[in-house]
Design a protein around this ligand. Structure first.
Ligand SMILES: [Mg+2]
Length: 306
C-alpha cells in the first residue's frame, strides 16, 4: 500500500495571493469556488455556488417503462476515501490551490483506495444503461460536499475511467441533500447509527415515477429505506501512507520541510493505526466483493425488469 514512485503532473492552481475567483484544473474542471471565503473561513463554513452537488443530465429512461435505477454508496463500498479527502482538504486549506484530478487518479492507483473491480462494475453499469436495461446510475453518500469533496471525487472517478464530466452518474446525492430530505420527510434516526438513505429521494431527484425499481449497493444496508433490492458488500477500509504520498506526489513547495513538520502527524494518523492493527483493514489483494457484484447486479436487474 505504499505509493509507488511516479511523476507529478502539472496542475491548474489558484494564485497564492491576490483575489482568485474561479478555479479551473488542467482538465478544465470548474470548481466554482468562492475562493475569497476559502482564504477567510474555516473549511466547514465554505459555501459553493452549486449546493446541489452534481446535476449531470437526464436519465435515459421513459416514465412509462421504468427501468431500474442503480444506487451506489461511496465510502467503504466503492472505495476507501478518508485519507484522500484529507489530502484534498490540505490542498484547499493549506496550499490554497485546486487539487488536480489527474494527480489524484495517480495517487488512488498507487495507494489502492479504489476498491478492486470498481472499474469493471462501473463500465458494466454504463453498458447496461446504454443498452436500456438500466435507467440511471446514482451515487448516494453520507459524506458532506460542503467544501466540494464529493464533486471532486466524482471527477476523479470520471478521469480515471476516461469519461467526460457528468458522464458517470445521473445524480449525486451527498450529506446535505440527504439531511434536507430526511428532515422534510420526518425520517428520524440515531446519530450513532448513520444517516438513512431513502430511495424515494433518488426517484424524486431524477424525476422518475414512484414505481421505478431501485437497487442499492451498500456496506451498511440497514440504513437504506424503500429499496427494491439491496446488495450488501463488506466494508472496504484501506490505510494510506499519506506522508509517503506527499513525499512522492507533491512538489517541494507543496510539501516543504516546514509544512511537513506541521502536518506529518496528521498525515500519519491512519497509517499509524494500520501499523498497530493491520487486521482492522481490508486485505486489498483478496477483496473481490465488487467482482461478484457485476454478475449479481446484472441478474438482479433482469428480475426487476420482468
Ligand atoms: Mg458506506
Amino acid at each position: 500500500m505504499n505509493p509507488s514512485c511516479g511523476t507529478t503532473p502539472s496542475c491548474g492552481t489558484t494564485p497564492s495571493g491576490g483575489e482568485p475567483k474561479d478555479v479551473v484544473s488542467s482538465e478544465g474542471y470548474h470548481y466554482a469556488l468562492e475562493a475569497e471565503e476559502l482564504t477567510c473561513s474555516p473549511v466547514h463554513f465554505l459555501t459553493f455556488e452549486s449546493p446541489t452537488v452534481v446535476e449531470t443530465g437526464l436519465p435515459k429512461v421513459h416514465a412509462q417503462t421504468p427501468k431500474p435505477v442503480i444506487v451506489l454508496d461511496s465510502d467503504e463500498t466503492i472505495g476507501s476515501w478518508g485519507d484522500l479527502s484529507l489530502l484534498y482538504s490540505y490542498f484547499w486549506t493549506v496550499l490554497r490551490k485546486a487539487p488536480c484530478p489527474t494527480r489524484f487518479v495517480e495517487i488512488a492507483k498507487a495507494t489502492g483506495v479504489v476498491r478492486p473491480h470498481l472499474a469493471e462494475l462501473l463500465t458494466s453499469l454504463l453498458s447496461m444503461k446504454a443498452e436500456g436495461d438500466v435507467g440511471a446510475i446514482v451515487l448516494m453518500t453520507a459524506a458532506p460536499n460542503c467544501y466540494g469533496w464529493v464533486s471532486f471525487l466524482v471527477r476523479v472517478l470520471e478521469v480515471w475511467l476516461d469519461l467526460g464530466k457528468g458522464a458517470l452518474f445521473d445524480l449525486v446525492l451527498a450529506k446535505e441533500q440527504i439531511l434536507a430530505w430526511n428532515k422534510e420527510k420526518s425520517i428520524f434516526w440515531r446519530p450513532e447509527e448513520g444517516i438513512p438513505k431513502d430511495m424515494h429521494q433518488v426517484k424524486a431527484g431524477l424525476g422518475l415515477a414512484p414505481d421505478t425499481p431501485t437497487l442499492m449497493v451498500e456496506d451498511r444496508p440497514h440504513l437504506v429505506l424503500h429499496a427494491d433490492r439491496l446488495l450488501q458488500v463488506p466494508p472496504y477500509n484501506v490505510a494510506v501512507d499519506l506522508v509517503g504520498v506527499a513525499e512522492t506526489f507533491l512538489d517541494k513547495e507543496e510539501w516543504s520541510e516546514t509544512l511537513a513538520l506541521t502536518w506529518r502527524v496528521t498525515f500519519s494518523e491512519t497509517w499509524d493505526i494500520f501499523c498497530r492493527h493491520p487486521h482492522h483493514f481490508t486485505d486489498t489483494a483478496a477483496d473481490v466483493a465488487l467482482k461478484s457484484q457485476v454478475k449479481t447486479v446484472k441478474d438482479t436487474v433482469k428480475t426487476l425488469c420482468t
